[in-house]
Write a protein of this length. Structure first.
Length: 281
């Protein structure tokens, strides 16, 4: 069994070979070709990772999809290492519909009503969020609840909580985490992650899931557009924060260094290796 450091290294190898490529001006695809600093940071960061980048152009949608899939596989393996800290039966999927989870099952009915009425579509819009990656936790059987001693009997309490599998005719998993994957943050679409987060918070019936963003964006100022502030997302996670941090400090640019350090010290930006541990909360 590999440790988390090895798993992170494999994650980098997959991302660099399947989701990032070299484009014009010898710039990595995650860099903004109009910014010398962005290109410098991206190249230096990837060099510090020590993994070769794909040489042929990768379609943008394909790159984004691979980033999602590889990140999901990494989290499933890494979080699985911590099952002794957060036991349970976990389910992982890409582009999962939140109405398939217990806190948001009511949205399926609402969506049907909205789709059947043009007036409702205009007024209410779309309530169904499809996060890039979802992690769910299945409810507990009486057998698992009573593993260390009799806690519940077949006819006893509790009778309403959906956490107990027996209480629900058709048990659904609970949405534990909603993870938005953004290779870069140079599009207005990246701000959709905030909207998704707010929808998850406002429309739930039950506890709020973890709401996070994973990115490979090299520019701290662009990361700050999502990382700074609180309320709609828990935290932003970078696929190679430690290597990016070294690259940023190597520039000697005090403004850029300060921008990055503010996010890190303020607990608004962390490394991908931190995410499995934060999911254990």
């Amino acid at each position: 069994m590999c440790n988390l450091t090895t798993l992170r290294m494999r994650y980098h190898q997959q991302i660099c070979s399947e989701a990032i490529f070299m484009k014009q001006k010898d710039a990595p695809s995650i860099a903004d070709v109009g910014s010398k600093l962005s290109i410098q940071l991206a190249k230096d960061m990837l060099q510090r990772i020590g993994v070769s980048v794909h040489k042929e152009k990768i379609n943008g949608q394909t790159a984004g999809k691979r980033f999602e899939d590889i990140t999901k596989e990494y989290l499933e393996a890494a979080f699985g290492m911590l099952k002794h800290l957060r036991p349970g039966k976990w389910v992982y999927s890409v582009q999962g519909n939140i109405s398939d989870f217990a806190q948001y099952a009511h949205l399926a009915t609402l969506t049907e009503l909205i789709q059947s009425s043009r007036e409702l579509r205009t007024t209410l819009g779309n309530y169904v969020v499809k996060p890039d990656i979802v992690i769910g936790r299945m409810p507990f059987s009486d057998e698992s609840i009573n593993k260390n001693g009799v806690v519940v009997d077949s006819e006893g309490l509790p009778k309403l909580t959906p956490v107990r599998e027996k209480n629900t005719p058709h048990p659904l998993p609970f949405l534990h985490a909603s993870i938005s994957c953004k290779l870069t943050l140079r599009s207005d679409r990246s701000q959709n992650a905030r909207t998704e987060g707010l929808n998850l918070i406002r429309n739930r019936k039950g506890h709020t899931p973890h709401i996070v963003i994973v990115t490979a964006e090299p520019m701290p100022t662009r990361i700050a557009s999502l990382a700074l502030g609180t309320g709609d997302i828990d935290c932003v996670y970078h696929f190679a924060l430690h290597e990016l941090r070294e690259a940023v400090h190597a520039t000697g640019n005090e403004a850029v260094i300060e921008s990055l350090e503010i996010m890190i010290e303020g607990n608004r930006l962390r490394d991908i290796a931190d995410l499995p541990f934060d999911l254990a909360i």
